[in-house]
Design a protein around this ligand. Sequence first.
Ligand code: ATP
Ligand code: MG
Length: 139
Amino acid sequence: MTGNRTFTMIKPDAVENGHIGAILDKINAAGFKIVAMKYTQLSKRDAEAFYAIHSERPFFGELVEFMTRGPIVSAILEKDNAVEDFRALIGATNPAEAAEGTIRKLYATSIGENAVHGSDSDENAAIEGAFHFAGREIF
Ligand code: ATP
Ligand code: MG
Protein backbone atom coordinates (compact mmCIF):
# COMPACT_ATOMS: atom_id res chain seq x y z
CA MET A 1 0.00 0.00 0.00
CA THR A 2 1.37 3.42 -0.91
CA GLY A 3 1.53 6.69 1.07
CA ASN A 4 -1.76 7.97 -0.32
CA ARG A 5 -3.84 5.37 1.55
CA THR A 6 -5.17 5.04 5.07
CA PHE A 7 -7.19 2.45 6.96
CA THR A 8 -10.40 3.13 8.91
CA MET A 9 -13.04 1.35 10.95
CA ILE A 10 -16.51 2.61 11.78
CA LYS A 11 -16.59 1.28 15.34
CA PRO A 12 -19.41 -0.68 17.05
CA ASP A 13 -20.89 2.40 18.79
CA ALA A 14 -21.38 4.29 15.51
CA VAL A 15 -22.82 1.18 13.82
CA GLU A 16 -25.24 0.62 16.75
CA ASN A 17 -26.31 4.27 16.64
CA GLY A 18 -27.10 4.18 12.91
CA HIS A 19 -24.28 6.46 11.73
CA ILE A 20 -22.71 4.33 8.97
CA GLY A 21 -24.35 6.30 6.15
CA ALA A 22 -23.60 9.73 7.62
CA ILE A 23 -19.96 8.84 8.26
CA LEU A 24 -19.50 7.45 4.74
CA ASP A 25 -21.03 10.68 3.37
CA LYS A 26 -18.44 12.72 5.29
CA ILE A 27 -15.65 10.48 3.99
CA ASN A 28 -16.85 10.84 0.39
CA ALA A 29 -17.41 14.60 0.71
CA ALA A 30 -13.84 15.00 1.98
CA GLY A 31 -12.53 13.46 -1.24
CA PHE A 32 -11.54 9.99 -0.12
CA LYS A 33 -11.99 7.13 -2.57
CA ILE A 34 -12.95 3.75 -1.09
CA VAL A 35 -10.58 1.07 -2.41
CA ALA A 36 -11.65 -1.73 -0.03
CA MET A 37 -14.61 -2.14 2.33
CA LYS A 38 -16.35 -4.79 4.45
CA TYR A 39 -19.00 -5.20 7.17
CA THR A 40 -17.54 -7.56 9.73
CA GLN A 41 -17.06 -8.27 13.44
CA LEU A 42 -13.73 -8.59 15.23
CA SER A 43 -13.06 -11.63 17.40
CA LYS A 44 -11.30 -11.12 20.76
CA ARG A 45 -8.13 -12.43 19.16
CA ASP A 46 -8.47 -10.00 16.21
CA ALA A 47 -8.97 -6.99 18.48
CA GLU A 48 -6.08 -7.96 20.79
CA ALA A 49 -3.79 -8.30 17.78
CA PHE A 50 -4.99 -5.12 16.07
CA TYR A 51 -4.52 -3.02 19.24
CA ALA A 52 -1.45 -4.93 20.53
CA ILE A 53 0.44 -1.63 20.84
CA HIS A 54 -1.98 -0.66 23.64
CA SER A 55 -1.78 -4.00 25.50
CA GLU A 56 -0.09 -2.47 28.58
CA ARG A 57 -2.51 0.48 28.82
CA PRO A 58 -5.12 0.42 31.63
CA PHE A 59 -7.99 0.67 29.15
CA PHE A 60 -6.90 -2.30 27.00
CA GLY A 61 -9.52 -4.76 28.34
CA GLU A 62 -12.27 -2.18 27.90
CA LEU A 63 -11.04 -1.40 24.37
CA VAL A 64 -11.09 -5.07 23.31
CA GLU A 65 -14.52 -5.59 24.89
CA PHE A 66 -15.88 -2.54 23.05
CA MET A 67 -14.36 -3.31 19.66
CA THR A 68 -15.72 -6.88 19.68
CA ARG A 69 -19.26 -6.21 20.94
CA GLY A 70 -20.85 -5.72 17.53
CA PRO A 71 -20.18 -5.32 13.82
CA ILE A 72 -17.89 -2.71 12.32
CA VAL A 73 -17.23 -1.34 8.84
CA SER A 74 -13.58 -1.54 7.85
CA ALA A 75 -12.18 0.22 4.78
CA ILE A 76 -9.07 1.35 2.97
CA LEU A 77 -9.29 4.93 1.72
CA GLU A 78 -7.26 6.70 -0.94
CA LYS A 79 -6.46 10.41 -1.24
CA ASP A 80 -3.34 12.59 -1.41
CA ASN A 81 -1.96 12.89 2.13
CA ALA A 82 -4.52 10.30 3.26
CA VAL A 83 -3.28 9.55 6.81
CA GLU A 84 -2.97 13.17 7.95
CA ASP A 85 -6.10 14.40 6.16
CA PHE A 86 -8.20 11.56 7.57
CA ARG A 87 -6.97 12.20 11.13
CA ALA A 88 -8.05 15.83 10.64
CA LEU A 89 -11.47 14.70 9.38
CA ILE A 90 -12.09 12.42 12.38
CA GLY A 91 -10.81 14.82 15.09
CA ALA A 92 -9.21 14.23 18.48
CA THR A 93 -9.42 10.84 20.26
CA ASN A 94 -11.59 12.42 22.96
CA PRO A 95 -14.75 13.84 21.31
CA ALA A 96 -14.88 16.55 23.98
CA GLU A 97 -11.62 17.87 22.48
CA ALA A 98 -12.49 17.23 18.82
CA ALA A 99 -12.91 20.22 16.49
CA GLU A 100 -16.38 21.29 15.33
CA GLY A 101 -17.59 19.37 12.27
CA THR A 102 -15.24 16.41 12.77
CA ILE A 103 -16.65 12.88 12.72
CA ARG A 104 -15.83 12.30 16.39
CA LYS A 105 -17.35 15.63 17.43
CA LEU A 106 -20.54 14.71 15.59
CA TYR A 107 -20.86 10.99 16.32
CA ALA A 108 -18.57 9.84 19.17
CA THR A 109 -19.89 9.51 22.70
CA SER A 110 -16.71 9.20 24.81
CA ILE A 111 -12.92 8.80 24.60
CA GLY A 112 -13.39 5.02 24.55
CA GLU A 113 -16.42 4.86 22.26
CA ASN A 114 -15.22 7.29 19.65
CA ALA A 115 -17.01 6.21 16.46
CA VAL A 116 -14.06 5.76 14.09
CA HIS A 117 -10.47 4.59 13.80
CA GLY A 118 -7.87 6.24 11.58
CA SER A 119 -4.31 4.99 11.00
CA ASP A 120 -1.60 7.18 12.56
CA SER A 121 1.17 6.65 9.96
CA ASP A 122 1.69 5.37 6.42
CA GLU A 123 3.46 2.34 7.87
CA ASN A 124 0.57 1.48 10.18
CA ALA A 125 -1.96 2.15 7.40
CA ALA A 126 -0.26 -0.55 5.34
CA ILE A 127 -0.08 -3.00 8.27
CA GLU A 128 -3.72 -2.40 9.29
CA GLY A 129 -5.03 -2.62 5.71
CA ALA A 130 -3.25 -5.94 5.24
CA PHE A 131 -4.63 -7.19 8.58
CA HIS A 132 -8.22 -6.71 7.34
CA PHE A 133 -8.04 -7.30 3.58
CA ALA A 134 -6.55 -9.82 1.18
CA GLY A 135 -4.82 -8.34 -1.85
CA ARG A 136 -7.68 -9.37 -4.13
CA GLU A 137 -10.15 -7.38 -1.99
CA ILE A 138 -8.26 -4.10 -2.55
CA PHE A 139 -9.04 -2.14 -5.76
P1 ATP B 1 -7.68 5.06 16.87
O1 ATP B 1 -6.35 4.33 16.92
O2 ATP B 1 -8.85 4.17 17.21
O3 ATP B 1 -7.87 5.80 15.58
P2 ATP B 1 -6.54 7.25 18.29
O4 ATP B 1 -5.35 7.02 17.43
O5 ATP B 1 -7.16 8.60 18.26
O6 ATP B 1 -7.67 6.19 17.99
P3 ATP B 1 -5.18 5.80 20.38
O7 ATP B 1 -4.31 6.48 21.37
O8 ATP B 1 -4.55 5.04 19.26
O9 ATP B 1 -6.19 6.90 19.80
O10 ATP B 1 -6.17 4.85 21.19
C1 ATP B 1 -6.83 3.78 20.53
C2 ATP B 1 -8.23 3.68 21.05
O11 ATP B 1 -8.21 3.28 22.40
C3 ATP B 1 -9.01 5.00 21.05
O12 ATP B 1 -9.57 5.32 19.80
C4 ATP B 1 -10.09 4.70 22.08
O13 ATP B 1 -11.12 3.88 21.53
C5 ATP B 1 -9.30 3.89 23.11
N1 ATP B 1 -8.76 4.76 24.14
C6 ATP B 1 -7.70 5.61 24.05
N2 ATP B 1 -7.50 6.26 25.20
C7 ATP B 1 -8.44 5.82 26.06
C8 ATP B 1 -8.77 6.10 27.42
N3 ATP B 1 -8.06 6.98 28.13
N4 ATP B 1 -9.83 5.46 27.96
C9 ATP B 1 -10.55 4.55 27.26
N5 ATP B 1 -10.29 4.23 25.96
C10 ATP B 1 -9.26 4.86 25.37
MG1 MG C 1 -4.45 5.12 17.19
